[in-house]
Design a protein around this ligand. Structure first.
Ligand SMILES: C[S@@+](CC[C@H](N)C(=O)[O-])C[C@H]1O[C@@H](n2cnc3c(N)ncnc32)[C@H](O)[C@@H]1O
Ligand SMILES: O=C(O)C(=O)C[C@]1(C(=O)O)C=C[C@@H](O)C=C1
Length: 243
């Protein structure tokens, strides 16, 4: 995967547009997400480990909001010979194009179907593992329940969903301290105060974070009987829910 340096917000801009997963972002996304999300590398690797636990032969795996295909590649490495199909779905054409190159770079006997579509419009069926790795937070809040319900219905018994998200906290003191540590993480990874504040403005209207109780309630209400956080670093977490 390419490692072009993310300098998108490095120069002063008086009119910051809403954040979009366009060609510019797709070109630097591997660097952007690794320098922005604490634990991203570990989450990607563990999604592959979860594939060992949950993926059954002749089933489907869905990577929803697949971006450059990092989670898809991690899963695919662990399911050789199971005759499964992976559906990697993203509505950004630039992401899909780059994802195509990344997937093609590695040999495997598992078919990856790359689909440029809205994850709200695709059918989920015969699924053993569904991944929403930092994608749900970009969906309008009122569409989130329906998506999780659709995923629940398309999962086979014993199948799992992995959801990774940035969290919001009701407790202002906790919000402040964990946000501070996240910003320090970005600074330590070379982002300037200008880059941090301009990106924050760009994300303000498009990345709407839920609280952890809201995520857990949604998963429970959609029918998931087993729900847990398996990773958290500051205000970023990853959850697993099993049908
Ligand atoms: C933060 S990135 C996900 C990172 C990726 N899952 C990974 O593990 O590297 C969010 C992705 O979701 C996609 N996305 C956002 N809303 C979407 C939607 N409604 N339908 C399909 N893809 C969507 C974006 O284009 C973007 O590529
Ligand atoms: O919260 C931030 O500052 C982020 O940059 C987070 C985040 C994410 O969680 O997806 C936002 C946009 C990019 O996709 C990479 C990281």
């Amino acid at each position: 995967m390419n490692t072009n340096l993310d300098t998108i917000y490095a120069t002063q801009n008086d009119n910051i547009d809403d954040f979009k997963f366009d060609q510019r972002v797709a070109g630097v996304f591997n660097d952007m997400i690794r320098r922005s999300v604490p634990g991203y590398g570990q989450i990607i690797q563990t999604i592959g480990d979860f594939a060992n636990d949950f993926v059954k032969p002749h089933t489907n795996i869905y990577d929803l909001g697949s971006s450059l295909g990092a989670a898809t590649l991690s899963v695919r490495r662990n399911i050789e010979g199971k005759q499964c199909q992976i559906f990697a779905v993203d509505n950004s054409e630039s992401m899909i194009n780059r994802c195509h190159e990344n997937i093609a770079a590695f040999k495997s006997d598992t078919t990856v179907n790359l689909i440029c579509a809205d994850i709200r419009d695709i059918e989920i069926a015969n699924a053993s593992l569904v991944i929403l790795n930092f994608t749900l937070q970009f969906l309008p809040v009122h569409d989130r329940d329906a998506l999780i319900k659709k995923i629940y219905q398309g999962l086979n018994p014993g199948g799992a969903i992995v959801i990774s998200e940035k969290l919001r906290f009701e407790d202002d003191t906790i919000q402040h301290i964990l946000d501070k540590h996240h910003l320090d993480f970005k600074r330590a990874n070379g982002y300037s105060e200008l880059e941090i504040s301009q990106k924050r403005s760009a994300l303000e209207n498009v990345m709407l974070t839920d609280t952890l109780p809201a995520h857990k309630d949604r998963l429970n209400e959609c029918g998931f009987g087993h729900v847990s956080v398996w990773f958290q670093c500051f205000n970023f977490c990853s959850m697993v829910a099993i049908k």
